[in-house]
Design a protein around this ligand. Structure first.
Ligand SMILES: [Zn+2]
Length: 149
C-alpha cells in the first residue's frame, strides 16, 4: 500500500493568515476533495519543511539550474539542527547568488510554511480555478506539494 498526500501551503514561508481564513481554506479543500481521507490542518510558530516523500527527485539552483543535491543535503541538515527555523536564506554553491531554501527548484515541489492543509489520497490535483478559490479563501497564493509514501 502506498499513499499520496496533497499538501497546500502558502508560498510565503512565514505567512500566518487569520484563523478564520485558514479555516475557510481548510473547509473549501475538504469540500472540493470530499473523497480524500484524514484532512488535517497544521499550524506552527515557525516554518516547517513539507517534502514530497519519494516524489522528491532532485533540486536545482533557481538562477543557473546547476544540480545542487549534495549541497542541499548539508543545507537542510543545518536548517533542521539550527535554532532559528525562520532563517531560510541560502547562498548558492554554484553561482554565489542568494535566495532562500524555499525558492530552490525542487522536483517535485516542496516548501516551508507555518500553516499547511494536508489531505490523504485525493483523486486529482487542483484545477487552476479550484486553486484560485483556495487562494481567495486563504487570502494568499499557495503552493501544492504531492507527497508520495
Ligand atoms: Zn547557481
Amino acid at each position: 500500500m502506498s499513499d499520496n498526500w496533497m499538501i497546500v501551503i502558502p508560498v510565503d514561508p512565514v505567512a500566518a493568515p487569520p484563523k478564520e481564513r485558514t479555516k475557510a481554506a481548510f473547509d473549501l479543500l475538504c469540500a472540493l476533495r470530499s473523497e480524500a481521507q484524514d484532512a488535517e490542518l497544521h499550524i506552527s510558530d515557525t516554518p516547517e519543511f513539507f517534502d514530497g516523500g519519494s516524489n522528491f527527485e532532485s533540486v536545482f539552483c533557481p538562477f543557473c539550474q546547476t544540480d545542487i543535491w549534495d549541497w542541499w543535503i548539508k543545507a537542510i541538515d543545518e536548517w533542521r539542527n539550527g535554532t532559528n527555523h525562520r532563517a531560510l536564506s541560502a547562498e548558492m554553491p554554484c553561482c554565489g547568488r542568494v535566495t532562500t531554501l524555499n525558492e530552490l527548484d525542487y522536483v517535485w515541489p516542496q516548501g516551508f510554511a507555518c500553516i499547511a492543509i494536508t489531505l490523504m489520497n485525493p483523486d486529482s490535483d487542483l484545477e487552476p480555478a479550484e486553486r484560485q478559490q483556495v487562494e481567495l479563501a486563504l487570502g494568499l497564493p499557495v503552493r501544492v506539494i504531492w507527497r508520495h509514501i
